[in-house]
Structures are given as C-alpha cells and as structure tokens.
Design a protein around this ligand. Structure first.
Ligand code: CMP
Length: 152
C-alpha cells in the first residue's frame, strides 16, 4: 500500500491534478482505493458496467477490443495516466478491455466520488477534457496513417 503522504506527492505530479492545492489532493487521495495486478490480469472487460475511474501508479496497461478473434490495441497506458472515465461520463458500458501488460498498481475512485469531486473542483473536469483531447488527437493521427497506408 502506498503511504497516504506519498500518494499526495504522487498526485501533485500528475497532469490531471495540476493547480490543485494540498487540501484538495488529500481529500482525493482519501477517497482512493489501491489495487495490484499481475502481468496479464484483466482490470475490466469491454461491456462491463463502469463503476470506477482508475489512475495508473506503476506498470503499463493495454487498452484493446477483440474483433473477429483478434485484438485491436487502442493504446498502452503509462504511469500517471487515467482510464475508465468514458463509462462514468457517458453512463455507458466499458468501451474497451484493460489488461495489465506488466505487474501494475492502480488507484481507483468510485463513480460517485469522481462525480462529486468534479462538482467541487471543476479543474478536474478540465484535466479529463485535456486527456480526452490528447486521445482524440492520437486517434486522428492513427487514422491519417491508416488512410495513407490503404491508399498509397
Ligand atoms: P471506459 O470506456 O470506461 O473503459 C475503457 C477505457 O479505455 C475508456 O474508458 C478509456 O479510459 C480508455 N480508452 C478507450 N479508448 C481509448 C483510446 N482510443 N485511447 C486511450 N484510451 C482509451
């Protein structure tokens, strides 16, 4: 288990929480539950009910779907990245499966705590929006590459 003070220090370095004061970070960290995953462990599957937002503390996570028996990898998540926000924001099932690629540790916030924190600290919503924009940008770049390769 990460020490509460160490968790606050870690949160302070994460882009999502930039600009938040110590009291806010302490409150957020108190609401977090820590989980450990062995390599290849599934965090959740596409289609599951989404009840938590996750932050990757250490290790790497693969985000993928399976189509016609083959994995389609969307991204590999690195420490400091959050995942699982889409199902909470849209109130939809998980859009992809997330699996630990290496032994990994995450902290999770329940949906209700996440929604409460966003109301209290709108800055957090801006951080989530930034991360969604980065993912869209990355997806656009991959689409361009795919079109270029399909129409040489
Ligand atoms: P959610 O739909 O709740 O569960 C799967 C998660 O994978 C999703 O939230 C996002 O956090 C993440 N995810 C989905 N698509 C992508 C993508 N293209 N790039 C990065 N992360 C993604």
């Amino acid at each position: 288990m990460t020490h509460p003070k160490a968790l606050v220090r870690w949160l302070r370095q994460i882009e999502l929480f930039q600009g938040m004061d110590t009291a806010a970070l302490e409150l957020i960290s108190q609401n977090m539950t820590e989980y450990e995953y062995d390599a290849d462990a599934i965090v959740f599957r596409e289609g599951d009910v989404g009840d938590c937002l996750f932050l990757l503390l250490s290790g790497t996570m693969l985000v993928f779907v399976e189509r016609e028996g083959k994995p389609v990898v969307y991204t590999t998540l690195q420490p400091g990245e959050c995942f699982g926000e889409m199902a909470l924001i849209e109130d939809t099932p998980r859009s992809a499966t997330v699996k630990a690629e290496a032994p990994s540790r995450c902290v999770a916030l329940t949906k209700q705590d996440f929604l409460d924190l966003i109301q209290r600290y709108p800055h957090l919503a801006l951080g989530i929006m930034k991360s969604l924009c980065q993912r869209l940008r990355h997806g656009n770049a991959r689409l361009q590459q795919y079109v270029r390769q399909s129409n040489p």
